[in-house]
Design a protein around this ligand. Structure first.
Ligand code: AMP
Length: 536
């Protein structure tokens, strides 16, 4: 007789019971708009999440209905993360930094029925409200002011929850969440996460060789909960019972450093721009904050090697990770391989600045013009991925068959090399590569080098058309306040580091670099700005 294993569906709802039973006293700390700290516990969070599920069901939520959130990172948002899926609904996190036209488009495309919104974000809602059909809007009074007339109160919704609610049985293939890509061209596309993909992603990011989220950590996701589920950290933190610290709207370096110190944060995550600001503050006043030794997960854009080195000087460890909305998002994480134990310091830093190796259950390949390229650390190809938390298609009507290969891989649009240890290095987005005289130049490598110059605050390298070489790189540079550097100096700084033809001749000193809603360089806007560059 063959034995067998149970086929328990992988759904998020049991995490609530686990939290109640195993770590009901552990804290969830949220920073309010007033900067005051609101403290609650996992026990309360689990109870309120189930109340939300019960109340939404009583309000008419049907299985698969989308409930949007327009919120900062705080405990009510965490209740939505679990309460909406526990009711069989779909958590649709809205990016509050989007242009109102795009926000309205997304709400309509998702056909959101209900919305939960922070009162401090009502001005954003006001810009789209007449263009969308939301049946009910629940307001979280995070500023402490009464809920304005015309809206329902989130707290009243919770109090209205009927008692004796039993969460519906769900299939692991049911959709739990929906996020839209931040698409810099064309309309954004929806990515639907299932209960199963979310649970598996939680397990994957908790592994010691990935982000090592554990019940012994104090986790502060700086990355907003409206960016690919704050990289899955809130879900994983609830699974393992990590103390959670949620920074609300206060994302400037000083506020974050104060919170890291006060709550003794040990694991945090955000995009490089956040860490550059924090590093600058630490460099200015190294002994002002008494920080725990933290691991800082950095992703969303490449983290420059100088930032990894900088944090090491302050006893803090950068962990570089790569992912996308379509990959839930964690796909690769960079940890030093034992194979590099005896490598030089420079080599070790270079390795840590790469995007890393695929997390278990994610497969990768780099595909060039004639098929997959060798894992030799040199050959470039488009990164393609597959695995149980990688999108297999887009949500609703926004299909994009070009993103999926006939043999079942997702095309990331990132151009990479993969070395013999399986470590990925992103050299560009396919659309951002610079092709000069028929050869590819990596804008990312040039940017990372420029940011190592002491006068440079930000650097973004784009292709501009050139009469002889078709394209040449142009470096748009923002200098640090009070700092000086000339084009000739920057050129001289780059020359020893690159082949001669890689080094830009063109430098534009600008006040700021246009960014996407996720804080990434908006290269298309910069290309427009410099499309008529005059070569001498
Ligand atoms: P999004 O779907 O908005 O999260 O954007 C995903 C894209 O961000 C990826 O395809 C990459 O181009 C870029 N990205 C994410 N993480 C990294 C990283 N660690 N280094 C370089 N680029 C990254």
């Amino acid at each position: 007789m063959h034995g067998s294993m149970m086929t328990t569906p992988l759904t998020l709802t049991p995490f609530l019971e686990r939290a109640r039973l195993l770590f009901s006293d552990r804290e969830i700390v949220s920073r309010l708009p007033s900067k005051a700290l609101h403290r609650t516990t996992y026990g309360d969070f689990a109870r309120r999440s189930l109340q939300l599920a019960a109340a939404l069901t009583a309000a008419g939520l049907r299985k698969g209905d989308r409930v949007a959130t327009l919120m900062w990172n705080h405990s009510a948002h965490l209740e939505a993360y679990f309460g909406i899926p526990a009711a069989g609904g779909v958590l649709h996190t809205l990016n509050l930094r989007l242009h109102p036209d795009q926000l309205a488009w997304i709400i309509n495309d998702a056909a959101d029925r209900f919305l939960i919104v922070d009162d401090v974000l009502l001005p954003i809602l006001a810009k789209v409200q007449d263009r969308v059909k939301l049946e009910k809007i629940f307001v979280v009074a995070s500023s402490g002011a009464p809920v304005p007339p015309g809206f329902e109160s989130y707290e009243d919704l919770l109090s209205s929850a009927p008692s004796g609610f039993t969460p519906p049985a769900l299939a692991e293939s049911d959709v739990a969440g929906l996020c839209y890509t931040s698409g810099t061209t064309g309309n954004p596309k929806g990515v639907a996460y299932t209960h199963r993909s979310t649970v598996l992603h939680c397990l994957a990011v908790s592994l010691a060789d990935t982000l090592a989220v554990s019940g012994r950590e104090t986790v502060l996701p700086v990355v907003p909960m409206f960016h690919v589920n704050a990289w899955g950290l809130p879900f994983a933190a609830v699974m393992v019972g990590a103390k959670l610290v949620l920074p609300g709207p206060h994302l400037d370096a000083e506020s974050l450093l104060e919170l890291f110190e006060k709550e003794q944060v040990t694991l945090t995550a955000g995009v490089p721009t956040i860490w550059m600001g924090i590093l600058a503050a630490l460099e200015q006043a190294p002994s002002r904050w008494k920080l725990q030794r933290m691991r800082m997960v950095v992703g969303g854009s490449a983290v420059p090697e100088s930032v990894i080195r900088g944090f090491d000087r302050h006893g803090q460890t950068v962990v570089h990770a790569w992912g996308m909305t379509e990959t839930s998002p964690v796909g690769t994480v960079s940890h030093l391989s034992p194979a590099l134990a005896n490598a030089s310091e420079d080599e070790r830093y270079q390795a840590r600045a790469r995007q890393g190796t695929p997390v278990p259950l994610v497969e990768i390949r780099a595909v060039g013009d004639t098929g997959p390229v060798a894992w030799d650390g040199q050959s470039m190809g488009e990164l393609q991925v597959r695995g149980p938390w990688i999108a297999g298609s887009y949500f609703g009507g926004s299909q994009d068959p070009d993103k999926f290969t006939a043999d079942g891989w997702f095309r990331t649009g990132d151009v990479v090399t993969i070395d013999r240890h399986g470590c990925v290095k992103i050299t560009d987005r396919t659309k951002d590569l610079i092709k000069s005289g028929g050869e590819w130049i990596s804008s990312v490598d040039l940017e990372n080098a420029l940011i190592g110059h002491p006068a440079v605050k930000e650097a973004c390298v784009i292709a501009v058309t050139h009469p002889k070489w078709a394209e040449r790189p142009l470096a748009a540079v923002v200098l640090k306040p009070g700092a000086q550097a000339t084009a000739a100096e920057l050129r001289a700084f780059l020359e020893p580091r690159f082949a001669r033809w890689w080094v830009p001749e063109a430098y534009a000193f600008v006040a700021e670099i246009p960014k996407t809603s996720a804080g990434k360089f908006l290269k298309s806007a910069l290309r427009d700005q410099f499309k008529d560059w005059k070569w001498d």
